[in-house]
Write a protein of this length. Structure first.
Lengths: 764, 156
């Protein structure tokens, strides 16, 4: 469909669920789960690395209200991964539901099922465990080839060859390159070599992990969970519990935020195991503390970058080595690391002569990482964008002009991005527009405010992907109802992002009907057509295309039925939304066609369409931050954050804007306040919102977002993606501004007031 | 212990409430599903309800303290909320929605106290209401548009 003929695509349609959400209706897992379910609680390991020598639940089981307690001796011995990824998962099968070997502070030791929370808590204190405490691997820089192995077990099972080796604490490793990076570096006027460190930031979605399970009317396991990945979740449960997929149904209601956290099946298996054992409904609700210490946060990464350039600012070579900390289990380890290179190096396609990208992903005895918005790109972009800012400073070139000379532009082929073409790329326009709205010329120079405070600015670019090329599958079912309205059934997961609505906007434009006439339902493994799920910035781009396909197919069927009613050939009629018209001008209404589809009809008025893309077109973005920094205390206030995004066609500009603003706010938190530290024994410190400080509305400054649209030929209505890219610019842009204000490059996040106040200028 | 109170305008009497029951747990058990818990440490504002028309964090108030008092949740303020939540929806700032009830409750409290707040006053009053999705700007724009729309209504 041409881009200028849309009624809904490109407009700020209200989210279909907005009033239900804003008026506090019962739409989330815990609101819908019936009362009376068994309360499931987990006894968690107090040690970073230990074996359960003995465990005695006799006394604990005698607590009134306790139904049962399960230990490592009670669970199936099928190693699996919790990672929500397409089979065969790159993440190794390294988990058991309960393992005798405990690998981080928080690893489950026992599952308690009780009638009340109080009884469960009381029982938890009465379980007697004797631990054999082992040496722990707590520094990811020492993990590779450490004599202490996080996964010494013989049944550790990698499904894909991703360079992993459990006898070396390696989840994955690899190398990619184009050209001779050492030779090009040797010929450069200037070579910078720095290492950047980002921590295991937590998604901190407002709704913690939670799952309800029961046996349905056929005696099958029914799972109601706050998940982004209903189909992957079903497969994970099938393997972990050893029951066929036909005996499992997974559905998601509204989700109270995910940001990737719920792309890992963090909580589902425990109540599912209880329901299978007891036959009774069961519910687990993670506390905030559990979500903080035993969730699926960002992979801590250390990225060493060597950048080679000419004196005139031509960036000729990039050499990255990423060390990624997967924690105690390998979920998303082999894949997140890839993005640290694939989504950073191609930004400089314009001038690069050679690149190399090497990586190791290691096991440690810390909380297992997972998927968090940005998925490795955030970490890599912090490193690459920071070193480019360092280059600009060294060469006394304006950092926006430096980028103009080197950035990827439309029509280029990106060797560091699987040789994909940049078919739609408005990064140059994003930079020009952002410079303009931010007033870069006046805000970039450092201004001493005369009261001990300094104002300064910083800049960064970013990219991401749109789905996983050659892997992700999006499907929708579109059905015509007898009054001429439609049902759109999806397997993607709206987690607040608004995908239910934007997919309906696309369907409404394709079917030429009011968006209100498209009812959306998702997601339920019994009902929805197969969809990989909502992650990897895939839903708009991949599932959106499936909507286009389904609409085209259903239109054909409507024409077939309409032609039958009109007594002519299907090839001779046209679909006009509310009717089908014959060549001679006669029409039959959509309602009549819909009724006909239910009487003496052999042509189903519903279709399921599937889409997968061989490419993953990157959205692009420029972000600029202005800060005010107190030189005495080191306090940083973000005053203004301006961003211009190229997400192809913004299908719903209001939702795309809020996605961007929300991503920027998360990025600000990651940069300035969200710390993740451990005590000497590997116990996490920031285990509550008292210590883990996500931004309040006083901390984000003024956000100004605009779009510079390109038109992606392979996307629905020219759309690419928006969900993840938006978190990638704040860290490098704000670190840049802080350097401008203080003269000190901070290459480790978060950059807290203490760090700034104690900061010393780098020797180089 | 028995707890008698007025919940959303109706008298409620619940026998056998454990003394350590929080107001949050009490209200959820009474079917007030709008009341959410995001942190358990009084940091997020999701569990905001009114105790005698004053916003409190129900996760940090014992149900016993509400005995004999008037408790209001979003279930009891649907009409007052409906006046302005559409403006939030128009911004797309509802997002995942999990923080919305607490945010809406505290916005109602703000507007009752201060019918014409400045942006700074809005931010300060709502600073205890965390939102991880929206970046807050859309919520602010929505409230601002609502306030502007009220001013556009001609005087009778």
């Amino acid at each position: 469909m041409p881009e200028n003929k849309t009624k809904y695509v490109g407009t700020a349609v209200r989210k279909k669920d907005s009033l239900q959400l804003l008026l506090g209706k019962p739409v989330y897992t815990a609101d819908i789960a019936p009362q009376g379910a068994l309360v499931v609680k987990l006894l968690r390991s107090p040690h970073a690395n230990a074996m359960v020598k003995t465990i005695d639940t006799t006394i604990a089981k005698k607590v009134p209200g306790v139904v049962d307690i399960y230990t490592w001796q009670d669970v199936p011995h099928n190693r699996y991964t919790n990672a929500g990824q397409t089979y065969p998962e790159p993440s190794p099968y390294d988990r058991l539901i309960l393992d005798r070997h405990l690998r981080f502070v928080g690893d489950p030791v026992a599952i308690i099922a009780a009638e009340t929370e109080k009884a469960a808590h009381k029982a938890m204190k009465l379980i007697k465990v004797e631990y054999e405490v082992l040496d722990a691997v707590l520094d990811f820089r020492t993990a590779k080839d450490n004599p202490t192995l996080v996964h010494p077990e013989e049944d550790w099972l990698p499904l894909c060859d991703v360079g992993g080796d459990n006898h070396r604490n390696l989840v994955a490793s690899g190398e990619e390159k184009d050209g001779d990076v050492e030779a090009v570096l040797a010929g450069c006027d200037i070579v910078l070599d720095h290492t950047y460190h980002t921590r295991a930031a937590n998604q901190a979605m407002m709704e913690t992990f939670r799952t309800y399970t029961d046996l349905d009317r056929y005696g099958r396991l029914h799972v109601l969970s706050s998940t982004q990945i209903v189909f992957h979740c079903r497969r994970i449960l099938s393997r972990a519990l050893g029951i066929p997929k036909s005996r499992i149904r997974v559905e998601k209601p509204r989700i109270g935020g995910g940001f990737g956290a719920k792309q890992t099946s963090v909580s589902e298996v425990y109540p599912a195991f209880v329901t299978m054992k007891t036959g009774r409904p069961a519910m687990i609700t993670y506390t905030r503390q559990e979500s903080q210490i035993a969730g699926s946060p960002r992979h801590e990464m250390e990225v060493r970058v060597r950048l080679g350039a000419d004196k005139d600012g031509r960036i000729r070579a990039l050499d990255l080595y990423t060390l990624s900390n997967s924690g105690a289990y390998g979920e998303h380890g082999p894949t997140t690391v890839g993005l640290s290179g694939h989504k950073s190096i191609p930004l400089y396609t314009g001038s690069l002569e050679a690149f190399r990208f090497r990586y190791d992903v290691v096991y440690t005895n810390l909380q297992a990482a997972g998927a968090y918005r940005g998925y490795g790109a955030t970490q890599g972009i912090f490193a690459v964008e920071s070193i480019v800012n360092e280059l600009a400073e060294k060469l006394h070139i304006d950092p926006t002009e430096l980028r103009d000379r080197n950035m990827v532009r439309q029509g280029m082929t990106m060797p560091a991005y699987y040789n994909e073409p940049a078919n739609a790329c408005a990064l140059d326009r994003c930079m020009a527009r952002c410079r303009e709205i931010f007033d870069w010329e006046h805000r970039y120079p450092v201004r001493d405010m005369g009261n001990g405070k300094v104002r300064a600015a910083g800049v960064a670019m970013a990219m991401q992907g749109s789905g996983i090329s050659g892997v992700d599958v999006g499907s929708v079912t579109l059905k015509l109802s007898e009054d001429g309205t439609y049902n759109l059934i999806i397997g993607a997961a709206d987690m607040g992002t608004g995908c239910d609505t934007i997919l309906a906007q696309m369907a409404a434009d394709c079917m030429d009907c009011p968006v209100e006439d498209v009812a959306v339902f998702g997601a339920d493994t019994d009902v929805s057509p197969y969809d990989s799920g909502s992650y990897a910035s895939s839903t708009t781009y991949v599932t959106g295309k499936a909507v286009e396909k389904a609409c085209a197919e259903l239109t054909g069927r409507i024409c077939t039925i309409g032609a039958e009613l009109l007594g002519c050939d299907a090839a001779d009629v046209t679909f006009e939304g509310s009717c089908v018209r014959a060549a001679d001008g006669r029409t039959v209404s959509l309602t009549d066609i819909a009724y006909k589809s239910q009487v003496s009809n052999n042509c189903a008025a519903e279709v399921t369409a599937t889409h997968s893309s061989p490419v993953s077109p990157p959205p692009f973005m420029v972000g600029m931050a202005e800060i005010e920094l107190d030189k005495l205390t080191g306090e940083v206030q973000v005053l203004e954050y301006d961003a211009v995004v190229d997400c192809g066609t913004p299908v719903n500009p209001a939702l795309a804007r809020v996605q961007t603003e929300g991503g920027i706010a998360q990025g600000i938190g990651m940069t300035l306040t969200e710390n993740v530290t451990y005590d000497a024994a590997g116990k996490p410190i920031e285990s509550s919102f008292m210590q883990y400080k996500i931004p309040t509305r006083l901390d984000v400054g003024h956000l100004h977002v605009e779009f510079e649209s390109s038109y992606e030929p392979t996307g629905p209505f020219g759309a690419k993606s928006i969900g993840e890219i938006v978190i990638n610019t704040p860290a490098p842009a704000i670190a840049h501004a802080i350097m401008r204000a203080t003269g000190v490059w901070h290459r480790e996040l978060p950059i807290t007031p203490e760090v700034i106040a104690m900061g010393k200028a780098d020797e180089d | 212990m028995e707890i008698k109170l007025q919940l959303n305008g109706r008298a409620v009497c619940v026998p056998d409430v454990a003394p350590d029951t929080t107001l949050y747990d009490f209200l959820r058990a009474q079917g007030c599903a709008s009341v959410k818990c995001g942190c358990e440490t009084s940091n997020c504002g999701l569990c905001t309800v009114f105790l005698d028309d004053v916003p409190v964090l129900s996760c940090s108030v014992l149900a016993a303290r509400a005995a004999g008092h008037k408790v209001t949740t979003l279930e009891g303020l649907q009409a007052e909320a409906a006046e302005f939540v559409g403006f939030i929806a128009d911004q797309g700032a509802d997002q995942c929605g999990f923080c919305n009830p607490g945010f809406v409750m505290n916005t109602i409290a703000l507007l009752r106290e201060n019918p014409d707040p400045t942006d700074e006053e809005i931010k300060a009053y709502l600073s205890g209401n965390l939102c991880r999705c929206s970046g807050y700007e859309g919520q602010l724009r929505g409230i601002r548009r609502f306030l502007d729309s009220r001013k556009e209504v001609p005087h009778a």
